[in-house]
Ligand binder design. Structure first.
Ligand SMILES: [Zn+2]
Length: 193
């Protein structure tokens, strides 16, 4: 699978797609493509050297079946809150991608958190951390990009997620930042033809 692959509702992955080679990250026990893991290892080491407690990987590779479970749980949660089931399926998509539609299935995406016990879910809180400021400045040096930026919600179709980073490689990451393009725009501009 190409490092720049777009995964979305319009471009879902096959239920049987499993990236390879996957490796297990030893602290949080998430799985990642080897190249993404090695980049993350360097990133977290350097973040620590700069005096910050390094971000942890709360989510990495997620298989189709697990994504299905997450999505269905979100639909059920919304229904319990009073949403009609026909709306709940649509509304759930703005938070959790349906099975096959999450780029976590590529093994190239990570959700960062600061604490082992905490799944990231509050954009304002994560955005206010020194670790986020550090990532904002340096993630590209390790080949990671902020995949769903605040000002690109209309383009990506996803709500702003300051903790969700995607490994694309250093060259692409730097070029995207320089051109102020999110992955969808970058792919469309240079690789779709
Ligand atoms: Zn994510």
């Amino acid at each position: 699978m190409h490092k720049l692959s777009i995964v979305s509702e319009q471009k879902p992955l096959d239920a049987l797609y499993i990236p390879t080679p996957l490796v297990c990250e030893p602290i949080m026990h998430i799985w990642l493509m080897k190249e993404a893991y090695e980049a993350f290892y360097r990133l977290s080491r350097d973040m620590q050297d700069s005096g910050l407690s390094p971000v942890l990987g709360a989510r990495g590779y997620q298989c189709f079946a697990y994504q299905k479970k997450l999505y269905q749980n979100e639909v059920q949660r919304l229904i319990r809150l009073g949403e009609k089931s026909i709306n709940a399926y649509e509304k759930a998509k703005t938070h959790i991608a349906p099975p096959g539609c999450s780029e976590h299935q590529l093994g190239l995406s990570m959700d960062f958190t600061l604490y082992k016990q905490e799944m990231p879910n509050d954009p304002l809180k994560f955005e206010a951390t020194n670790q986020f400021l550090w990532l904002d400045k340096y993630a590209k040096e390790y080949g990671f990009i902020l995949r769903y930026p605040k000002e690109k919600e209309e383009v990506t179709g996803m709500l702003y997620k300051p903790w969700h980073y995607r490994y694309v490689g250093i060259g692409h990451a730097k070029k995207m930042e320089k051109l102020n393009l999110c992955l969808d725009e970058y792919y469309e501009a240079f690789y779709s033809h």
